[in-house]
Ligand binder design. Structure first.
Ligand SMILES: Nc1ncnc2c1ncn2[C@@H]1O[C@H](COP(=O)(O)OP(=O)(O)OP(=O)(O)O)[C@@H](O)[C@H]1O
Ligand SMILES: [Mg+2]
Length: 280
């Protein structure tokens, strides 16, 4: 069977008035159907950029993305919107709720492309909201009348309402207390048991522990758990090393923010970024 997600050699370079930012640097990632994957990384490492690409909210600058075998680069905007609404449930970091619409209407929104009758759409929205434990008294409130944690639950319910095969969630528990966060993770686990693929982004190792596999992102590159552990051990060893060794450059690695190498693409990209010039 084709994987749920197959990303190969993806770069994402943002062009802004201030210059270029290379947020993803040759990312390759395969997620099998039914897998529960956590992606961890520090702030600014490219997590949301990757999530936007995986959620078809953004396209790679370079590289390919196959979603359940479909090459998304070949889709028109309309076809892409259809793929997004029928196969993907995405919880974005900023929630993206319509502030003046009620909670119920926000959650019903992804069903607008379906041919379900209004009553059925409303029923599904109620069920999705109940699955994230939002009290019913809030369903007719406008979303801008909710707390951050309540908005987060609405955003999760909206991602679940169309029963998508792939659920992508960017920091889904970031605004939740421990008990509600755990309930959301149980919901994801339950969905996985029903065959759904889950990819979640988190800063929190305890949240990542719910997943079957964790990968790490640093400076726009992906690393396995083992690679990350070796990297952290290397960092700790460098911290303990005598200062003279550091000055001589004996411990300088490719992730040192100020060291450059002409042959290392990471290094030349970093140098280019610091100098403010575009570089691949
Ligand atoms: N729309 C954009 N235009 C220009 N640069 C951007 C844009 N979005 C992100 N970036 C840059 O890309 C890099 C990665 O950002 P991204 O939002 O993916 O990080 P993140 O890992 O999600 O961080 P956080 O944990 O803070 O949410 C950062 O240097 C950021 O400034
Ligand atoms: Mg982010």
């Amino acid at each position: 069977m084709t994987p749920a997600i197959d990303v190969q050699g993806v770069w994402r370079i943002y062009e802004t008035a201030a210059g270029y930012t290379t947020a993803l640097r040759g990312v390759s990632l395969t997620v099998e159907r039914g897998e529960f994957l956590a992606i961890m990384g520090p702030s600014g490492s490219g997590k949301s950029t990757l999530m936007n690409v995986l959620g078809c909210l953004d396209r790679p600058t370079i590289g390919t993305y196959r979603l359940e075998g479909i090459d998304i680069s070949e889709l028109s905007e309309d076809d892409l919107a259809h793929v997004r609404s029928s196969r993907l449930g995405v919880v974005v970091q900023s929630f993206n709720l319509l502030p003046r619409a009620t909670v119920l209407r926000n959650v019903m929104l992804p069903l607008v492309y379906s041919d379900l009758p209004a009553r059925e759409r409303e029923l599904r929205a109620w069920r999705a909201l109940r699955s994230v434990d939002l009290p019913e008294e809030h369903y007719l409130h406008r979303s801008n009348e909710l707390s951050g944690g309540q908005m987060q639950r609405v955003a999760i319910a909206r991602a679940l309402v169309s029963d998508p095969s792939i659920i992508l969630a960017d920091e889904p528990t970031g605004n939740l207390d421990t008990a509600t966060g755990e309930m959301v993770m149980r919901t994801f686990r339950r969905l996985q048991r029903r065959g759904r693929t889950i990819v979640l982004i988190t800063h929190d190792a305890q949240v990542a522990a719910w997943a079957d596999r964790t990968i790490h992102i640093r400076d726009g590159r992906l690393f396995s758990d083992d690679e990350e552990r070796r990297y952290l051990e290397g960092l700790a060893a460098r911290k303990d090393a005598p200062q003279t060794a550091e000055k001589s450059g004996a411990t300088g690695g490719s992730n040192d923010a100020t060291s450059f190498s002409a042959t290392d693409p990471a290094s030349s990209a970093r140098r280019a970024r610091l100098l403010g010039v575009p570089c691949l």
